[in-house]
Design a protein around this ligand. Structure first.
Ligand SMILES: Nc1ncnc2c1ncn2[C@@H]1O[C@H](COP(=O)(O)OP(=O)(O)OP(=O)(O)O)[C@@H](O)[C@H]1O
Length: 242
């Protein structure tokens, strides 16, 4: 199986504060991987470093064999907040279709057909103003835009935040339906139980570093616990006593 992501000895500091230390990861292609960690564990920071939006202090990051930061950007599609689209486009009347056009213009790998299919499934209105979208519809739009790019690696940062249970289920279904076999999705979420049915593997961040990378199957078989219970035990320190 080819490697989609290799990270060696990655360290990242911001304003003299150590955010991530000694990160090493080696991920096979084709999977859906949960990135779990408490608030402030560094999930967003790690995703931004992988996507090439932030610059690391030391270490190596390579996506599908490419380690140059600028070139890596064309291999990674990461969710971005709609707030930044509004600011970036400088328009309070920006509509959904304008953002879609923006994606078509800047990403040669954007598939309008894939976007349309997802937009229909997720019931995303194309003529509505971005400013008027509900949180749930906004998140659905972000997911559809992100997954419509055709790249080896997708990074979905908290795609279920502020979204009601029905919309969460629909977003999860769309991730399963539109993931291509030859791509990898890393998804961070505090809705651990809800995403656990999606996941092949999990990465747990704790104490500014990778605490564990395991398959969901191994965690369940070896600990007789669901992913959510296992993750809570890791953070409560409950596994050390067993
Ligand atoms: N500009 C900054 N300057 C200093 N520290 C920062 C800055 N941005 C983020 N941090 C710190 O980096 C750490 C990791 O933040 P990050 O947002 O990556 O965590 P997270 O796991 O995504 O959290 P959450 O689950 O709350 O979204 C936090 O301690 C945060 O306070």
């Amino acid at each position: 199986m080819s490697k989609v992501l290799e990270i060696n000895d990655l360290n990242y500091k911001k304003n003299n504060k150590l955010i991530l230390k000694d990160i090493n990861l080696n991920l096979d292609n084709g999977k859906i991987i949960g990135l779990l960690g408490a608030n402030g564990a560094g999930k967003t920071t790690l995703m931004r470093l992988i996507a090439g939006v932030k610059a690391k202090n030391s270490g190596q990051i390579s996506v599908a064999g490419i380690d140059n930061k600028a070139a890596r950007k064309s291999c990674v599609s990461m969710t971005y907040s709609l707030v930044s689209f509004r600011k970036g486009m400088g328009e309070k009347n920006t509509k959904v279709k304008d953002v879609v056009k923006f994606y078509i213009d800047i990403y040669p790998d954007f598939s309008f057909e894939k976007y349309q299919a997802m937009a229909q499934f997720l019931e995303i209105p194309c003529d509505d103003k971005i400013a008027n979208l509900s949180t749930g519809t906004g998140e659905k739009l972000v997911i559809a835009l992100t997954l419509a790019r055709q790249v080896p690696l997708y990074l979905l940062d908290e795609p279920l935040n502020g979204v009601d249970i029905m919309a969460r289920k629909k977003i999860i279904k769309s991730i399963i339906q539109w993931k291509s076999d030859d791509s990898t999705i890393i998804i961070s979420s505090h809705y651990v139980k809800e995403i656990s049915s999606l996941l092949d593997d999990v990465i747990i961040l704790k104490d500014q570093t990778v605490y564990q990378v395991s398959s969901v199957e191994d965690i369940q078989e070896q600990n007789h616990l669901g992913i959510e219970e296992y993750y809570e035990k890791v953070y409560e320190g409950g596994l050390d006593d067993e």
